[in-house]
Design a protein around this ligand. Structure first.
Ligand code: MG
Length: 515
């Protein structure tokens, strides 16, 4: 063969492989804090699969979610937009919520479907169900859904640990039993927590193998129930960790991560698969030893201190992402434009996308992160606006507030519910590189910090002048006819909503801690 023909063939192979669409996997933990993983320094966690992912991939030190609670954070991840633009506020959707993610929002799944991808969500959705089940994931670009539509404490909870150990509390007895959906059908109610992780990992790995066999690029959004309250695990992981029940749950989540990596390697697609791991919000510190850890950061879930929104994050793609660590400022918002650009799909131009393309951070481990980031509380209002702004290594708090998620005896009074929203003018300024625990406000009365505050004030004014707040979907309230029920119209409601003949709760045992 002529040399130039060989060169041309080589170029064609190179071009074809460049054009091959990468598979995209997002692994999304729930209420897992920055300090919970072994690879982020926790002394008693065992998370070998995530630790391996971190060793082989890029670990983020300054990665954020947009909210310290679930629904708004998930909306931002999937749409690349702050929650005040999508209506995913105030608070989180409940069992029976009437509202949901507006249909005109475009998700990463919808983007990738346009590009010919197979798309699946396995796990927790938490962006709505609705009276007509019109807010379930299959309405937003997902071909397949297997999972719970919200947090598993938003229903009565029964058995959490093998063989018959009760969940730590009652969760929500007024709700219908936890519904496990496949697409828009309830296939199990109540969901069996002791088998749920196995069910999820079978669905996820089955989807990966199915797509690989068809040679179809895919998007898998694996949204774990772990490590949200109440902690739970199967026989394999009950009493598996010296960290206690949180450690057992984390072990089970990590096992699911390992199953997904096994499937990716087993299908021979590792070199063409981008995997990103992060969490939706900070740890439930108010659960004590049954909650997570924010590491060096202040407060946790429910607050706009760093513990509420600074997330562990790891990017993995062998051959494309070099092992390393980045301190670039990045956020869940940035996955939407980054993934869209990666597969060459234009981002919508009829709306503001708050994310930035972080490709240079991912693929060259160089600059290219954000200059600033907005922090919104769980219940944002237009009159208060953003609670804090991150700008380079600085953070300015315009408001701080504790949350009812913390008991009054919580040792840091800044986090607990007795601390009402407090306004600061000038804002409280911290240097997060030097003071990650936000304990030492800087003197902003003169040089150099007055200038930093002036700059951040200008960013705030410009940003807020341009924000259009969507109607708050979560304020639409709840109704019984929006509560998922396998036997619509049955009595006694809601206990009768089951896929079996045993009315849950009639034989339940009470956790000794509640007696
Ligand atoms: Mg959460």
């Amino acid at each position: 063969m002529e040399l130039n023909v060989v060169i041309i063939l080589g170029l064609l192979v190179a071009i074809t492989s460049c054009l091959e669409k990468p598979n995209i996997v997002i692994l999304f933990a729930d209420d897992l804090g920055w300090g919970d993983l072994g690879c982020y320094g926790h002394p008693t966690s065992t998370s070998p699969n995530l630790d391996k992912m971190a060793a082989e991939g890029l670990k983020f030190m300054n990665f954020y979610s947009t909210s310290p609670i679930c629904s708004p954070s998930r909306a931002s991840l999937l749409t690349g937009r702050y929650q005040v633009r999508t209506g995913m506020y105030p608070g989180a959707l409940e069992c029976g919520s009437i509202g949901g993610l507006p249909w005109n929002e475009t998700t990463i799944a919808a983007q990738l479907k346009q590009a010919g991808y197979g798309t699946a969500i396995v796990g927790k959705w938490h962006l709505g169900v609705g009276r007509e089940q019109q807010y379930l994931p299959t309405n937003y670009g997902f071909d397949y859904f297997l999972g719970l539509p919200y947090s598993h404490d938003m229903c009565p909870c029964y058995v959490c640990f093998y063989p018959q150990e009760a969940c730590y509390d009652d969760c929500r007895p007024e709700s219908t039993p936890c519904p496990l959906y496949e697409n828009d059908k309830i296939i199990q109610q109540p969901a069996d927590f002791l088998k749920l992780s196995e069910t999820y990992s079978s669905a996820a790995t089955g989807f990966i193998h199915q797509m690989a066999a068809k040679k179809k690029p895919f998007f898998l959004y694996m949204a774990f129930q772990h490590t949200h309250h109440p902690q739970f695990s199967s026989k394999m992981f009950t009493n598996s960790s010296i960290r206690g029940t949180f450690g057992d749950s984390l072990n089970e989540m990590d096992w699911q991560v390992g199953k997904i990596f096994d499937a990716i390697h087993g299908a021979g697609i590792a070199k063409n698969t981008f995997v990103f791991f992060t969490s939706d919000n900070g740890p439930s510190l108010f659960r004590g030893v049954r909650g997570g850890s924010a590491g060096p950061f202040r407060c946790g879930k429910g607050t706009t201190y760093e513990g509420g929104v600074r997330m562990p994050a790891i990017a993995w793609w062998p051959g494309r992402i070099a092992p390393g660590v980045t301190s670039e400022l990045t956020a869940t918002l940035d996955l939407f434009p980054t993934i869209s650009n990666l597969v060459n799909i234009a981002v919508p131009t009829d709306r503001v996308i708050d994310g930035i393309d972080m490709s240079t951070v991912l693929f060259a481990n160089t600059e290219g992160g954000r200059e600033s980031l907005m922090y919104y509380p769980p219940n944002p209002t237009p009159s208060q606006g953003v609670f804090a702004i991150r700008y380079k290594e600085y953070k300015a708090h315009y408001y701080t507030a504790g949350t009812g998620l913390y008991p009054k005896y919580y040792p840091d009074p800044a986090c607990n519910y007795t601390k009402n929203a407090t306004h600061y003018d000038p804002p409280l300024l911290f240097n997060l590189n030097q003071d990650p625990g936000e304990l030492n406000p800087l003197n902003t009365s003169g040089f150099p910090y007055k200038e930093i505050v002036d700059t951040i004030n200008q960013i705030k004014i410009k940003f807020e002048a341009a924000v259009t707040w969507a109607e708050p979907e979560i304020s639409k309230g709840v109704s019984n006819d929006s509560k998922p029920c396998a036997k619509p119209g049955c009595t006694p409601f809601p206990q009768c909503c089951t896929t079996n003949d045993i009315v849950p709760g009639t034989t339940r045992i009470i956790h000794p801690g509640l007696l």
